[in-house]
Write a protein that binds this ligand. Structure first.
Ligand SMILES: [Cu+2]
Length: 334
């Protein structure tokens, strides 16, 4: 027996170091260091960034959850390493370890700590899903939680926009295979480019002209289903100037993978210049559009087709890309 030269498990407390104290103290130092490193170095760069308030909220949530989880991971790895080194098998020691059964303090502590962590994450996650304004997800036609200055009725959405007091309404229209963006408060023009003013609440009204799509403005933290006949509202507040990617996130046909574009957040004055320029550029088209397909929260493709002359609507891209999804235009129609 090599009991005299080995660290016995029991009965020689004087020679045995206080493992629990060592483990806890080193764990605390490692956990605090790892959390600080994460929070200040990695955290600000975690996707989806902070271009929109929804994105910032998602980044904050990910960071809070990471900061709660990192000490657990560090603890497991550290305890694993400590055990491997300290209690490894030593040459000539053939003895079994002592039979250890139950430890009320450890069991109670474990159940309490894990319950508190899980319930805290549950409470935090539930709150964050709701505030602010639904975390950037589509909330249907009548959101329970509204962004400041958000206005929802179609009549209100066509009144002129007052920056800083009202949310800017942008209607996102999915169609095979692109998104177009209509600005009802700014004269009702429809643009293939999504341009937004900085520091403003944006109300996206997301719909589709044909099949199911999903509007995903990644860096804004907004993702909302675009379904025909459905007005799906999502909010975000633009935080700083920058560009973002818009992708369709719902398999919608052959060219689904090519259904993406990029958008911009501009300072308010530059945004207003863009609006003026685009209004001028699209003046003819906008006049036809407002006459034939006045702004509405949803559009019926069959009505669109019959409401105006086919070639013009086809030119506007409103009968789906290439016009292939709906029955061919009837040449006898006006
Ligand atoms: Cu799509």
């Amino acid at each position: 027996m090599a009991a005299e030269t080995q660290a016995p498990a029991a009965g020689a407390a004087g020679r045995e170091p206080n493992h629990a104290l060592r483990i806890v103290v080193v764990w605390l130092i490692l956990a605090v260091a790892a959390d600080l490193l994460y929070w200040f170095v990695l955290g600000p760069n975690v996707p989806p960034g902070h271009l929109g308030s929804a994105a910032q909220g998602q980044q904050f949530d990910l960071n809070v959850m990471s900061v709660m989880c990192i000490p657990v991971v560090v603890g497991v790895v550290w305890y694993f390493g400590y055990s491997l080194v300290t209690w490894r098998h030593r040459e000539g020691d053939d003895e079994d370890g002592p039979p250890i059964q139950g430890n009320t303090r450890i069991q109670v502590a474990w159940i309490t700590v894990t319950s508190v962590v899980v319930l805290a994450l549950f409470g935090f996650g539930t709150y964050e899903l709701i505030a602010p304004a639904g975390s950037g997800a589509g909330e249907g036609a009548a959101p329970i939680w509204n962004a400041p200055g958000a206005r929802l009725t179609a009549a209100q959405q066509t009144a002129p926009w007052v920056p800083g007091q009202q949310a800017l309404v942008v209607q996102v229209i999915g169609q095979q295979w692109k998104f177009t963006y209509r600005y009802p408060q700014l004269g009702g023009f429809e643009s293939p480019n999504l341009v937004l003013p900085q520091g403003q609440w944006i109300q996206f009204n997301v719909t589709s002209l044909d099949v199911i799509h999903s509007f995903w403005a990644y860096q804004l933290g907004v993702k909302a289903d675009a379904n025909p006949g459905v007005d799906n509202v999502a909010y975000t507040k633009t935080q700083h100037v920058g560009s973002f990617t818009v992708r369709c996130a719902e398999l919608c046909g052959l060219w689904h993978g090519a259904m993406f574009d990029s958008g911009k957040v501009l300072p308010l004055s530059q945004f207003q210049s863009w609006v003026s320029a685009t209004k001028t550029q699209f003046a003819t088209v906008t006049a036809i559009l407002n006459k034939c397909v006045p702004y509405a929260t949803t559009y019926d493709p069959t009505v669109i087709r019959q409401s105006c002359s086919g070639p013009v609507m086809k030119k506007l891209g409103l009968t789906s890309a290439g016009g292939g999804y709906y029955p061919p235009q009837d040449p006898s129609q006006p």
